[in-house]
Write a protein that binds this ligand. Structure first.
Ligand code: FES
Ligand code: FES
Length: 219
């Protein structure tokens, strides 16, 4: 059976990268003795420091300019070896649809598509995202026209606070592109890496089934 996002993206399964393999974010945090800093807040705190200052003061952190293709457009960004894809999207590209919630590959709030496959952007180093097509929730609508999945979420009132919604919509997009006529079980499996604290699951499932019909009819 195919591995789910939890299995694929939890350390140490990340594929080695010539630059990033020398240090992991968690290893880095341990290394500088930041026991009081939780994994949830560390990236936000650390990324407020100028990149150059960090690189000068923190051993093992390297910098690079990379190009990421996001929603069909190339972006040149300066990153450090520890910078996550989610940090780049939210803090450098101002694409804030993907949410930082657990920062540990548990909730799915940060879900984006990489080459059409849902991934946790909080668990993906920006360096590892080079050469791949990244799609965020911002890339789904065509101008003013919402994507059929977004329309179906509205029709089924499939959100309460809405914080988890971008992650669910993107995960469902990844599923429906691959499985245009899903069963309810397919849908449940497709969003099994996403958590909704408001408990809107039944409406999310219905929205996904409606979206599948819409997309089969050409949206
Ligand atoms: S913020 Fe990435 S999985 Fe929760
Ligand atoms: S709608 Fe609130 S967490 Fe899902």
């Amino acid at each position: 059976m195919a591995k789910d996002r939890h299995e694929e993206q939890r350390p140490p399964s990340r594929a080695p990268n010539p630059v990033s393999s020398t240090i992991s974010r968690r290893g880095f945090l341990k290394g500088i003795g930041t026991g009081a800093i939780t994994a949830a807040v560390a990236p936000a705190v650390l990324m407020t420091q100028p990149d150059t200052a960090d690189a000068q003061t923190l051993p093992g952190i390297t910098q690079a300019q990379i190009t990421l293709k996001v929603n069909g457009k190339p972006y040149k960004v300066d990153v450090e070896s520890r910078t996550t894809l989610l940090s780049v999207l939210r803090e450098k590209l101002d694409l804030t649809g993907a949410k930082l919630v657990c920062d540990r590959g548990e909730c799915g709030g940060c879900t984006v598509l990489m080459d059409g496959k849902p991934v946790y952007a909080c668990m993906m180093l920006a360096l590892d995202a080079q050469g791949h097509e990244i799609t965020t929730i911002e890339g789904l609508a065509a101008g003013d026209r919402l994507h059929p999945i977004q329309e179906a979420f509205i029709e089924h009132d499939a959100l309460m606070c809405g914080f988890c919604t971008p992650g669910f919509v993107v995960a469902i997009k990844g599923l429906l592109d691959k499985t245009p006529n899903p069963t309810l079980d397919d849908i449940k499996r497709g969003v099994s890496g996403n958590i909704c604290r408001c408990g809107t699951y039944p409406r999310v499932f219905q929205a996904a089934l409606t979206a599948a019909q819409k997309m089969r009819k050409g949206g």
